[in-house]
Write a protein that binds this ligand. Structure first.
Ligand code: GLU
Length: 319
């Protein structure tokens, strides 16, 4: 595994010297206070840990590893000994935190652990929301975001994204009692969305495309959920539990976001509308121009090609 990655990375970086550090080591999990928002101190046996250690054994030994000369941003993470990752805490299969143990699980957690393992550092998770993930990245509190973060052209102007590791679609959750079953039923309704998300724009575009609302004045580049009122309107919230509560209270008629995120809020008496729309490609986001971006992309491509990511998708039943 390590050799394969080293070869792949050779185009980007210079192999400098042989030491006992780097990929192939077992990941250790973080307990540094760090940002202090949330953290994980895990001693549990994770499947990714087991896979990685068996790979290291197959290769011979973890000691005979090659150290790669990383760029300054990546080296700073290695010197610090901890990779700080922004993740979701309530998206089953992606980033879910056990409320009792504090342990995180999901494919985004496993990918983050594998990156930390590759670097030979610990990993510490910080729970982020659609509204907070970019400011935590910009401030340097976290090194990367693995949090159902959709790659868009607009976002690519501010942050680097890897090749997508998963594609989801947007849909809408309603109370059965509302009688709404399709996009058509959302005409002139108020929909709850998260601030900092793609959801309102995606729903508006889908309703325009379906011929349900007039697209005059719609511009995907300047769209603003706060001011859009043609045929549908939006109420923005800081997090998803708040939207779920607003839906129960009748403050909004519907709750719109990626289907993977909605799953945990689809309780009895609630249903998805018929349509799914606007494919959302999730990528790892890093600070723009950071050398860590290129490394993350290389790793994601490696794990897309070798079946690792498909394995996570199977493990978490995401296909
Ligand atoms: N994936 C969508 C986005 O990036 C929905 C928001 C979220 O990830 O919470 O905007």
């Amino acid at each position: 595994m390590k050799k394969k990655l080293a070869l792949l990375l050779a185009g980007l970086m210079t192999i400098a010297m042989v030491t006992g550090c780097g990929a192939g080591e077992e990941p250790t999990t973080g307990s540094d206070a760090g940002t202090g928002i949330t953290e994980e101190s895990s001693s549990a046996e994770e499947s990714s840990t087991e896979e990685s250690s068996s790979e290291a054994t197959e290769e011979g030994s973890a000691e005979a590893s090659v150290e790669i000369e990383f760029g300054a941003d990546t080296q700073a993470i290695i010197d610090r000994g901890v990779l700080y990752v922004g993740v979701k805490n309530a998206v089953p299969g992606f980033g879910l935190q056990d409320t009792l143990t504090g342990e995180y699980s999901g494919m985004e957690i496993d990918i983050a652990r594998k990156i930390a393992e590759y670097l030979g550092v610990e990993v510490e998770f910080t729970t982020v929301t659609a509204a907070t993930r970019t400011e935590l990245l910009d401030s340097g509190d976290i090194d990367c975001v693995l949090a159902t973060f959709t790659i868009t052209d607009e976002r690519k102007e501010s942050w680097d994204f890897t090749t997508p590791y998963y594609t989801d679609a947007v849909t809408v959750l309603v109370e059965d009692a509302s009688g709404i079953t399709s996009l058509e039923g959302l005409v002139d309704k108020k929909v709850g969305v998260s601030s900092g998300s793609t959801s309102a724009r995606a729903l508006t575009a889908a309703m325009i495309e379906a011929g349900l609302i007039d697209g005059t004045g719609y511009d995907k580049d300047t769209f603003d959920a706060a001011t859009w009122t043609t045929g549908v309107s939006y109420q923005q919230y800081e997090d998803y539990p708040a939207i779920s509560t607003a839906l129960s209270a009748g403050e909004v008629d519907a709750f719109c976001v990626d289907k993977s995120i909605l799953a945990i809020y689809k309780t009895e008496g609630r249903s998805y509308i018929e349509e799914k729309f606007s494919p959302q490609e999730y990528g790892i986001a890093t600070r723009k121009g950071s050398d860590f971006s290129a490394l993350c992309d290389e790793l994601v491509n490696t794990w897309l090609n070798d079946g690792t990511i498909d394995g996570f998708i199977d493990t978490y039943g995401l296909n």
